[in-house]
Design a binder for this molecule. Structure first.
Ligand code: ZN
Length: 382
């Protein structure tokens, strides 16, 4: 970042922090204020999801009431947000080119150097399912572990958990769709069967002193079922919490969510008694709404945001589409809003560009593109 660009951005950060502090003095903002507003927009919806593929959003818009956030905008914004990096797993598993081991290790090291403290490094699934992550054992065992960093890996079953445990993982993640059809097609299990498997996985992982994170995918829409009723989301979310997962990552797997829908789902979960500390959001930018969705989740007090370096990845249901929301774009927005991430934004573009060059394609991150353009204009080093 050049000097002028940095000064402007720092000024904006200070302004945002000042404004937020003075706003907080006026209206005391707490978690309960987010919860107490829960019923306002949802009442008129009568259990219907405001969107999903092919849904007519306007149909509920009139009932939801305009300006639900007016007067409350960004009151509940957290001071610090954990950016949970999923690029080495969610991103790379959806890339056509397989990144070699040394490039994966360098990517993870670069992200941790930049300040990432929670990162999913691979997936212990059968290499036949995901050839791009076939080197999971090497990634997990060769990676230098640093103090204060949580390294996680996805595990589909007890066998995966056992490998992850042997590889020294201290955290694993399990995944389940809120849509029954997606579970059947993606993990070849009914929802009940998936719960049986994960009950064993969780028990074993917790016994071994590991933390377990739970992904709920297709929360905001399913490629097979379209709209996913909230009851299905809640059934899976509650089931995973009952198994002992410490956090739910709510995924917009196919990138169809919009901000109003995000607010609606989050408020429903908070109203069910889920604590904000148990919620992470996971948006794909397939249709360009990911950052807007992040902003709304933050406004409701969510403190963990999943993202992927450079916006790595894609969507198996929409070839050519964007992947996860880009880490550097999220960090830029958060820091600009006065929310601390502990991540040095200046260090991210170089790591992102190196991965892009190893993959042989430009990555979607808007921040990195702007950074490259800025450097080209000023002659600064990228
Ligand atoms: Zn994802």
């Amino acid at each position: 970042m050049g000097r002028t660009e940095r000064d402007a951005s720092e000024g904006a950060t200070r302004d945002a922090a000042l404004k937020r502090r003075s706003a907080k003095r006026g209206t005391m903002s707490t978690v309960s204020s987010a919860v107490s507003e829960t019923n306002a927009p949802a009442q008129g919806l009568q259990g219907a999801m405001p969107s999903g593929p092919g849904a007519v959003v306007g149909g509920v818009g009139s009932q939801a009431g305009a300006g639900d956030f007016t007067g409350h905008l960004f009151d509940a914004l957290p001071d610090h947000v954990d950016v949970y990096e999923v690029g080495p797993r969610d991103g790379l598993q959806n890339e056509r080119t397989i990144l070699p081991l040394d490039a994966k290790l360098a990517m993870i090291e670069g992200l941790v150097d930049a300040g990432i403290r929670r990162i999913e490094i691979t997936s212990f699934v059968n290499p036949r399912w995901i050839p791009a992550l076939a080197d999971h054992m090497e990634v997990a065992t060769k990676l230098r572990r640093r103090e204060g960093v949580y390294y996680s890996a996805l595990v589909p079953n007890l066998r995966g958990l056992d490998s992850a445990s042997r590889a020294g993982m201290n955290e694993v993640a399990i995944f389940m769709a809120a849509s029954a059809t997606h579970n059947r097609k993606n993990i070849n299990k009914t929802t009940a069967q998936a719960f049986e498997t994960y009950a064993e996985v969780c028990r074993e992982a917790l016994d071994r002193g590991m933390r377990v994170r739970g992904y709920v995918s297709c929360v905001f829409g399913c490629p097979y079922e379209g709209q996913v009723p909230f009851e299905n989301v809640w059934q899976v979310a509650r089931g995973l919490l009952d198994l002992g997962v410490y956090e739910l990552s709510l995924g917009d797997t196919i990138g169809v969510a919009n901000p109003r829908q995000v607010a609606w789902v989050l408020r429903k979960l908070l109203a069910e008694g889920v604590d904000l500390s148990q919620i992470a959001v996971h948006f794909h930018d397939t249709r360009g709404t990911a950052l807007a969705n992040v902003a709304v989740a933050l406004q409701l007090g969510v403190r963990t945001v999943d993202s992927s370096l450079g916006g790595l990845g894609g969507c198996p249901y929409a070839p050519g589409a964007s992947g996860n929301v880009a880490t550097e774009d999220v960090v830029y927005m958060l820091e600009g809003m006065g929310v601390e991430t502990g991540i040095d934004l200046d260090q991210l573009p170089a790591v992102s560009l190196e991965v892009a060059s190893r993959l042989g394609r430009e990555l979607p991150s808007k921040y990195t593109k702007a950074h490259v353009g800025h450097c080209a204009r000023t002659g600064a080093a990228v």
